[in-house]
Design a protein around this ligand. Sequence first.
Ligand code: RB5
Length: 150
Amino acid sequence: MIAIGSDHGGYELKEHLKKYLDEQRLEYHDYGTYSCDSVDFPDYAELVCRSVIENKTDRGILICGTGIGMSIAANKIAGIRCALCSDIMSARLSKEHNNANVIALGGRVLGKEYAVEILNTWLKTDFLGGKYNKRNDMITNIESCYLGGK
Ligand code: RB5
């Protein structure tokens, strides 16, 4: 199950990506927003990422105007590895090397069809494991050192 969420800046792209998910028969839960009315992106980053770390969903898609705010907010949550992707190679490597469990996309930055290609690559690529486990563990160690920090 995939979690998907956006703010108003990502709403149109979210709706477009949902059509792709439907075509692929991939199950998702849409955590909003549900219109172009202005909202605050951290609320949606939190909803989507919470569902991932609570194992209600196994991966998440976040969309705001640039993807930047969503990715910053998502990466504050322990256990989330959110990759802001604007190209296909980054989408592939964010899975192969970083085992990203959330992707952030920019609705005002990406063409809709290119965003579908980026998402398709991300969803269909697997983590390589091996030496990349160690590096991910190092990130988790940093995370635990600074939990609750300022
Ligand atoms: C909202 O106007 C915009 O700031 C937001 O969608 C996002 O781009 C933030 O990073």
